[in-house]
Write a new protein. Structure first.
Length: 211
């Protein structure tokens, strides 16, 4: 019986030719996979995903911070040794050496506790900031200078932070603003410096000091 062209072509193909074609197809697919993977790695390196964890033991990060109370900027925290501390420069120096200040504990609350200042959230979801001189500012309290009620707010690079503000994990290059009431240009003496008799350090240079 006469055979079709497809049958004749199929008959003319040898097993060796079929294996060669299969090998070439496999190599072509692998090359595409490798090229595609390399491109993805390059994109990932150029645009890494944002960190969601806190600083690990051995890392050394810096986060700028400002605190405003009822229209006045609280002067910078003085130099005090600790795993998350400041050097009178307006920066948090974050370099954990124990689990107590690493990962989920590398947060704003841990930094402030070094300076006997607490930033807590109660069971009703209200944030409160308590300084070592006993002054406390809770969501819904009034500022004495204008009689208006305010909530504690926190912004990172201008973006509002919600939830438990004290649990916020700082990252290298962050810029935090904590405020109760409006911001302002006048300076308020840091309550920690006042209680401890430490010289008020003012605004700082805007550049993190070594250490």
């Amino acid at each position: 019986m006469p055979k079709s062209r497809q049958q004749l072509r199929a008959k003319s193909r040898s097993p060796v030719q079929e294996r060669r074609r299969g090998a070439r197809a496999f190599l072509a697919i692998m090359l595409l996979v490798l090229l595609g993977g390399g491109a993805l790695i390059a994109v990932f390196r150029a645009n890494p995903p944002p960190l969601t964890r806190g600083a690990s033991i051995g890392e050394h990060w810096h986060t700028a911070y400002k605190i405003f109370i009822c229209g006045k900027k609280v002067s910078n925290y003085p130099t005090v040794e600790g795993e998350i501390h400041s050097h009178s420069d307006g920066f948090m120096h974050i370099h954990p050496s124990t689990p107590a200040a690493a990962n989920d504990n590398a947060n704003v609350r841990t930094f402030l506790l070094l300076y006997e200042t607490t930033l807590m959230q109660d069971e009703k979801g209200r944030n409160s900031l308590t300084f070592p001189d006993g002054t406390k500012y809770t969501d819904g309290d009034k500022c004495k200078n204008d009689g208006k009620r305010y909530n504690l707010t926190m912004k990172n690079k201008g973006k509002k932070v919600s939830g438990d503000l004290g649990a916020f994990l700082m990252h290298n290059g962050d810029s935090l603003t904590i405020a109760f009431g409006p911001e302002g240009k006048k300076t308020m003496k840091n309550p920690y410096s006042k209680v401890k008799g430490v010289e008020d350090v003012g605004h700082g240079s805007g550049t993190p000091a070594p250490g």
